[in-house]
Unconditional design. Structure first.
Length: 95
């Protein structure tokens, strides 16, 4: 997989070459925020010890941010981890 840095550098350089200096700077800022947020959020999601698929982790972060704002950055993965942990327990109840 390609990380955010190579994609950001290529997009920013293409914008600079085409003469769109503002767009190139915007790509650098967006890429920096995406790279830093990935390095900050991923340890919190992985540290929880829950086997969450990376796509579910991404959806939980984006959904949490959309619904709850900045607190959703941490609450989204927490709720997803709680759901994936408790669902098998609830389905295995002998009745």
């Amino acid at each position: 997989m390609v990380g955010t840095a190579p994609v950001t550098i290529i997009l920013a350089l293409s914008q600079f070459i085409d003469g769109y200096i503002g767009h190139g700077i915007a790509w650098i800022i967006i890429g920096s925020v995406a790279g830093v947020s990935d390095n900050v959020v991923k340890p919190f999601v992985i540290r929880s010890g829950v086997n969450i698929h990376p796509f579910l982790g991404l959806l939980s972060v984006l959904g949490g941010m959309t619904l709850l704002g900045v607190p959703g950055l941490f609450l989204g993965p927490f709720i997803a981890g709680l759901f994936t942990t408790c669902t098998p327990i609830l389905w295995d109840v002998d009745r």
